[in-house]
Design a protein around this ligand. Structure first.
Ligand SMILES: Cc1cc2nc3c(=O)[nH]c(=O)nc-3n(C[C@H](O)[C@H](O)[C@H](O)COP(=O)(O)OP(=O)(O)OC[C@H]3O[C@@H](n4cnc5c(N)ncnc54)[C@H](O)[C@@H]3O)c2cc1C
Length: 540
């Protein structure tokens, strides 16, 4: 099976006739301003690199539209000149979703479309431009006592609403409320020809984004599409009253089987806002990073944000005293965050979850508490604590299949032990209970290799300065490419679902014939020349 949509480096001379036409640079500069029409080789290389790799062919141009009208006109101009257009949000993905696959590709950076357009506490929805970050949305809603059901990934400091809606995302609020898609009421999407499509109740004359399922769910068509069907310009999301009370629990277990049994029980119960686990390798990694001050700062953040101030101060003091010593010598760890509208509700949920944890030993809940205190930190973890390269992979299964999948994954790596040993590749897993139905299993891979200009730009300078600088290791890089390809095959053979399909996981090729045929027809209807993000989802 094909993976990572490999593309031989192409040159314009070898390109089809339609992209030998010069780009309409004059009109694009007049439209966006020269500073937002980017031709420099360094910038084109940056925009053609994600967390994991640089594309085989760099973007021909990068455009930074400042509003929806500019976005529409720029997309229409580029496609009329035979160029592929590739949406990019915060650029914090690792499955090639925004990487060019052919010469004549224009990356459209959406970060200037960052306005929060309407917060409606009467009808309980918010409308944002697609380039707004989760951090900025959270900060706009919090003073109003409001929240979206799913409220962001751990990359939300810099990743965007449009990126999460396009590749599918889980974290804050996801054990209770599901993925990003489950929070959406409607979208405005720019199609390949520059036309604008509105979905949900806002798609009709009685406009307003108050109801998603008025007729067939056109919104859903564009969610988790890895940007293959259009460029999201605006999104309307559901609002809820932010729960005033939260609590945190951490348990440790001696085996992965015990961890997953507890995770499934808690996930099914609907009592947890977030429920996530890790193996000893990932848990231990927190101890290598000896920055205890960060956790204490986060704990103080809890004190400031919590309603129950006295309890918060006690928590912070306890964290400062016990620090990481409480986390040492543990095996598999399970973290739970709970939300409620009264202390009584929280107390009840805590009692129930403690019972569900079964064989788990309760320890200080440093991790979930500090994550909630400062959920949106710079993406410093895109290099490992010893300066290694980092890239995750994942599969999603129902509760009944998670234990077998975790065993099979152990076996997968066991069979490759010699390769891992030879190249210094290390791995550990995290897992996340999504909604009440499924668990995501995510091995994280670390390998020796040189950091890229992408890492240098994305990691906070103070953190980067502390990390060792490693030499390039082409053999380890090649082993990683093979490993990721094998992993994509492994997940497909196990019948897993995926977020972040991008140009890495086997989507189109694993659909039933009828499903695939309809998907192809839908792609042809919205993008007849296949110029929107070629390669995403497996479309050519
Ligand atoms: C440190 C770190 C932590 C992370 N934590 C999480 C986590 O907790 N949960 C999680 O699910 N993921 C996580 N991720 C993965 C990733 O950051 C998120 O999934 C995030 O939502 C990506 O958003 P982005 O704006 O960076 O998208 P990009 O990387 O810019 O793009 C992702 C895909 O979406 C498409 N796209 C982007 N914007 C648009 C648009 N407006 N219209 C159409 N298509 C578009 C792109 O073409 C691409 O296919 C993490 C990544 C890192 C590096």
């Amino acid at each position: 099976m094909m993976t990572e949509t490999p593309s031989a480096p192409e040159t314009l001379a070898a390109a089809p006739d339609h992209i030998r036409r010069p780009l309409p640079l004059g009109p694009l500069r007049a439209l966006l301003g020269s500073e937002h029409v980017i031709e420099s080789p360094e910038e084109r290389a940056f925009y053609s690199t994600d967390v994991y790799r640089r594309a085989d062919v760099d973007a021909e141009l990068v455009l930074r539209p400042g509003d929806v009208e500019q976005l529409r006109t720029a997309v229409g101009l580029c496609t009329a000149h035979g160029r592929a257009v590739i949406p990019r949000g915060g650029g914090l993905s690792y499955t090639g979703g925004f990487l060019p696959t052919r010469a004549g590709s224009v990356v459209v950076d959406l970060l200037r479309l960052d306005r929060i357009l309407d917060i409606n506490p009467v009808d309980m929805h918010v409308t944002v431009e697609a380039g707004a970050t989760w951090k900025s949305l959270h900060e706009a809603l919090r003073p109003l006592g409001l929240r979206t059901p799913y409220f962001g990934p751990m990359s939300g400091f810099a990743s965007t609403i449009g990126g999460a809606l396009s590749q599918g995302s889980v974290f804050l609020g996801s054990t209770q409320y599901g993925t990003t898609a489950d929070s959406v009421l409607g979208l405005d999407v720019v199609l390949a020809d520059g036309s604008l499509l509105s979905t949900g109740s806002a798609g009709g004359r009685q406009s307003g984004p108050f109801f998603r399922n008025y007729g067939p769910d056109l919104t859903g068509l564009f969610l988790h599409d890895s940007g293959a069907l259009g460029l999201k310009a605006r999104a309307s999301l559901r609002l809820l009253r932010a729960p005033a009370f939260s609590a945190y629990l951490t348990f440790t277990f001696d085996s992965a089987a015990a961890l997953f049994a507890a995770m499934s029980e808690i996930g099914r119960s609907g009592l947890a806002a977030e429920c996530y686990g890790s193996d000893p390798y990932i848990w231990g990694m927190r101890l290598w990073d000896d920055d205890l001050a960060r956790d204490i700062t986060r704990a103080i953040g809890v004190v400031k944000s919590g309603k129950n101030l006295v309890a918060g101060i006690k928590d912070a003091a306890r964290m400062a005293v016990t620090g990481r010593s409480a986390l040492k010598d543990v095996a598999f760890a399970l973290n739970v965050a709970l939300d409620g509208h009264s202390q009584g509700q929280i107390d009840h949920a805590q009692r129930e979850i403690r019972a569900m944890a079964g064989a788990g030993r309760e320890v200080e809940a440093t991790v979930p508490r500090s994550v909630r205190a400062t959920p949106f930190l710079p993406p410093n973890d895109i290099l490992g604590p010893k300066g290694q390269r980092w890239a995750p992979s994942h599969g999603i299964v129902p509760h009944s299949r998670i234990a077998a999948l975790a065993d099979a994954l152990q076996d997968f790596f066991h069979r490759r032990a010699a390769v891992l040993e030879r190249h210094g590749i290390e791995w550990g897993f995290v897992a996340f209970a999504i909604s009440h139905q499924a668990i995501l299993l995510e091995p994280m891979l670390y390998w020796p290799g040189a950091r890229t200009p992408y890492h240098e730009r994305m990691i906070a300078p103070a953190h980067l300065a502390k990390l060792p600088v490693l030499e390039a290791d082409p053999a380890a890089d090649a082993a990683m490419r093979a490993l990721r390809a094998d992993l994509a095959d492994f997940w497909a053979a196990a019948g897993c679902a995926h977020l972040q399909i991008g140009k890495t996981y086997h989507y189109l090729s694993t659909r039933h014939d009828g499903t695939r045929a309809l998907l192809e027809r839908l792609k042809n209807a919205v993008d007849p020349q296949h110029l929107v993000n070629p390669g995403s989802l497996g479309f050519r």
